[in-house]
Design a binder for this molecule. Structure first.
Ligand SMILES: NC(=O)c1ccc[n+]([C@@H]2O[C@H](COP(=O)([O-])OP(=O)(O)OC[C@H]3O[C@@H](n4cnc5c(N)ncnc54)[C@H](OP(=O)(O)O)[C@@H]3O)[C@@H](O)[C@H]2O)c1
Length: 337
């Protein structure tokens, strides 16, 4: 696909900052949009390039200033960063200072013993590759993507510190780290003079493991939290209530979401939640996002979208973040049933 044939030069909407809410990331100087965009899906080489471009433009036009990537988002691995790089060069170069771009390393990426996990070798090589693929000089946030049981935490953290010292990332974060390891990581980094800015855990109405101590630890340490898969990959929307629509993730790209995961029991809960959302005048996706943002410890909610329309729907969730006691009790009852 020839990018020059896509559309004319992009000019971001002058009104882009009018409606988005920005929230402070822990006790740092950084503000994140309440809704951020993740490029895990829909930005691979097999995905529709014009649609990917429209998603990024629409998001930024809505004040979504944070785009989240990782070395191995695709398919194939690296493709999302390449797609982003092509679009960045055409549409977003002039807006670089208005954007927070993140990437990660720590899952399998290339062959051999250095293509994975948490060694200095893996992290430094990986960020160099990511910067090249995206065609940018630095990322705003670089994450260790998951804990590595075999590499000393000091090595992984000092690699993150080194990346900041080298100017390849402005801030660092961790993802999927349990509470105690997060505290240790934060302390090691602090001693070296680098702040652990942010944690990226999975958090949604159907996966609340972060409530068992992690969120509290982040609050204590002044570390921000950005919740990934807030819609449980699409289950927490109304899309699967009447079967499996063509083009939905469970049908189109089921690498990580299998039909079997969308059980009758889950759909029964989704149905009941959908009724509460309707009573609140929200889509279920909006209510699921608002439910996360009601907690001040959640800096941002990191959604994936397969169309610009979904982002337009999602950003409206900030119009109603208040839940009555009765609504919260009813939601708890459904989730615990
Ligand atoms: N750190 C980690 O280990 C990790 C792991 C996973 C994800 N992440 C990050 O989190 C981001 C988001 O993850 P995710 O894609 O699983 O998030 P998600 O927001 O839970 O799910 C995204 C899917 O939900 C559906 N959707 C979104 N908005 C909708 C709406 N308004 N109405 C109906 N359906 C809607 C779309 O499904 P359809 O495609 O079916 O339309 C979309 O592809 C990723 O891109 C990545 O940046 C990080």
């Amino acid at each position: 696909m020839n990018i020059n044939k896509q559309s004319k030069n992009y000019e971001a909407k002058p009104s882009r900052y009018d409606n988005m809410m920005y929230r402070r990331c822990g006790n740092s100087g950084i503000l994140l949009p309440a809704i951020s965009l993740g490029l895990w899906h829909n930005f691979g080489h097999t995905d529709d390039f014009p649609n990917a471009r429209k998603i990024l433009r629409t998001s930024f036009d809505c004040g979504v200033t944070h785009f989240d990537l990782a070395n191995n988002y695709g398919p194939p691995y690296g493709a999302a960063e390449e797609t982003f790089g092509r679009i960045f060069k055409k549409d977003f170069k002039q807006y670089r200072d208005e954007l927070l771009i993140s990437s990660k390393a720590g899952y399998d990426m290339w062959d051999g013993p250095y293509g994975n996990f948490g060694s200095r070798k893996h992290l430094i090589s990986s960020i160099d590759q990511s910067l090249k693929r995206m065609g940018i000089e630095y990322v705003d946030i670089f994450y260790h993507h998951r804990p590595d049981p075999d590499t000393p935490l000091e090595e992984t953290m000092s690699a993150l510190h080194q990346i900041v010292q080298q100017g390849k990332a402005l801030y660092v974060g961790v993802s999927r780290y349990p509470a105690d390891l997060t505290r240790q990581a934060s302390e090691i980094l602090k001693k070296m003079g680098t702040k652990l800015l942010i944690h990226q855990p999975r958090y949604n109405m159907m996966d609340r493991s972060v409530e068992d101590g992690l969120l509290e630890e982040l609050g204590t340490q002044g570390i921000g939290a950005i919740a990934f898969s807030p819609l449980s990959q699409g289950i927490l929307t109304n899309k699967y209530l009447n079967g499996f629509p063509e083009g939905s993730r469970a049908i189109k790209d089921n690498r990580y979401l299998k039909k079997e995961q969308i059980t009758e029991k889950k759909l029964d809960k989704v149905n009941q939640l959908n009724i509460i959302a309707q009573e609140r005048g929200q889509s279920l996706a909006q209510m699921a996002i608002a439910w996360l943002l009601k907690d001040d410890l959640i800096t941002s909610v990191l959604v994936g979208v397969s169309s610009p329309k979904q982002m337009l729907d999602n950003v409206k969730s900030i119009e109603n973040l208040n839940f009555s006691k009765m609504e919260l009790t009813s939601i708890e009852k459904i989730l615990n049933s």
